[in-house]
Write a protein that binds this ligand. Structure first.
Ligand code: PMP
Ligand code: GLU
Length: 414
């Protein structure tokens, strides 16, 4: 089945190309332009046409090790594996690690689909009220017991910190508790940290702080640097014999599926992961823009009566229209899918129903991505990034007006 995120992106792009006025809140593409020195690093490497080592070049691996070390995580180059996007690395991990897959519920669309492709069951555990990306520690141990009783063999726990779809950052206390439970139950932890560079303020905690010997971190440049189409991802496996064996297994998958990350992309990654000043400034500006726009969109949803966790990182929101269920029911809307369909067909607003993220079908919840509001052209996106008041830019202001009008009409009395 076509991944829900990529499918809605294609659908909405076709509608927009046909001249329909559709607000694209369906896809988590970071929506920012490429800084000139980064583009130059890529084009300077165009002549690198060899396949290269499966794990990545020694320059790229050294750069990634330095990048982790500057963020407080000592890392040797040998612990790093590059791949064409962290999505491919996540699949390799789910294929290589033994056992069924435990997921927060809701969680990003591809984990459950990848687990199914790898022939594994998934065990979904609701997230705590405070923030997503982590199963509620109070429910996890019982969920593992229930899963075993039902014949599953939980082996891997996936965490998303910061989170997609909720745009929040798991509390360190919750991470500590779930890592303790993972440890007691012999689970490996896959910590998807692709949004860690785009916290709206401060720094996200990591499972590495609690279970370093069994935590694999995945990350990449799709979100912080908005390079989704360049497909640059990397994983860090733990040091020691367990991590070394896992690295061999990952190389087994990678060598049979994608061979290596494209060599010019490794050169671009090497440049970016050395944290040159223009990259740090770009990511800082992006963080501000994500926070400003996500916060404005959050206000639009709460003003319409939805409850929604405040955005803390990245460019997502996960509003819940439960408080206005009677109003929506009167319009025939009683599921997340009906909510998403009404928003699109009647109000020209594209979002993804919570069900795509493993949530229950009757929940009136949807995932809202705010990063395609920054502009349609490179010029608009640069302006948004550089502006002190992006909400006042005409194209962003018009999109927010469209959204407020749509939500007002959706939830109007009578
Ligand atoms: N994890 C999460 C939570 C994501 O939202 C995405 C978005 N694409 C990915 C992983 C994969 O990103 P990529 O393959 O571009 O590195
Ligand atoms: N992660 C992004 C999203 O959740 C889009 C890319 C993808 O899913 O691969 O919308």
């Amino acid at each position: 089945m076509h991944s829900a995120t990529l499918a809605i992106n294609e659908t909405l792009q076709i509608r927009r190309a046909a001249g329909e006025k559709v607000l694209h809140l369906g896809f988590g593409e970071a929506g920012l332009p490429v800084p000139a020195p980064v583009a130059a690093a890529l084009s300077a490497a165009a002549g690198r046409n060899g396949y290269g080592a499966v794990v990545g070049s020694s320059e790229a691996r050294e750069a990634a090790a330095g990048w982790f070390a500057r963020r407080g995580v000592e890392t040797r180059a040998e612990q790093v594996l590059f791949g064409p996007g962290s999505k491919a690395l996540l699949f390799a991990l789910l294929a290589a690690l033994p056992g069924d897959v435990v997921l927060p519920c809701p969680a990003w669309v591809s984990y459950a689909a990848q687990a199914a492709l790898a022939g594994k069951k998934t065990i979904g555990v609701p997230i705590p009220a405070q923030a997503g990306g982590v199963p509620d520690p109070a429910l996890l141990e019982q969920a593992l017991r229930d899963a075993r009783a039902a014949g599953a063999h939980p082996g891997v726990l996936v965490l998303t910190v910061p989170d997609n779809p909720t745009g929040t950052i798991a509390r360190d206390e919750h991470l500590r508790e779930v890592c303790e439970i993972a440890d007691r139950n012999g689970l490996a932890v896959v910590s998807d940290e692709i949004y860690a560079e785009v916290c709206h303020s401060g720094k996200a905690p990591s499972a590495l702080g609690h279970l370093p010997e069994r935590t694999i971190v995945t990350s990449g440049l799709s979100k912080s640097m908005a390079l989704g189409g360049w497909r640059i991802g990397f994983a860090r496996v733990p040091s020691g014999p367990w991590g070394d064996r896992l690295m061999q297994d990952l190389v087994g998958v990678a060598s049979e599926v994608w061979s290596s990350l494209a060599a010019p992309m490794q050169a671009a990654a090497t440049h970016i992961l050395q944290d040159p000043p223009e990259v740090l400034a770009h990511v800082n500006a992006a963080r501000r823009l994500h926070a400003t726009v996500a916060t404005a969109v959050h206000s639009a949803f709460t003003a319409a009566g939805a409850v929604c966790r405040r955005p803390e990182a990245g460019f997502y929101l996960y509003p819940d229209f439960e408080p206005v269920r009677p109003l929506l029911a009167a319009r025939g809307i009683d599921t997340g899918a009906a909510l998403a369909a009404a928003l699109l067909e009647e109000h020209g607003v594209g979002v993804l129903a919570g069900e795509a993220f493993g949530d229950t079908a009757d929940g009136l919840r949807a995932r809202v991505a705010t990063s395609l509001l920054y502009g349609d052209s490179e010029t608009e996106r640069w302006e948004a990034l550089r502006s002190d008041d992006p909400l006042a830019l005409p194209w962003i202001a018009a999109s927010l007006d469209h959204l407020r009008t749509a939500l007002g009409a959706l939830t109007a009395q009578g």
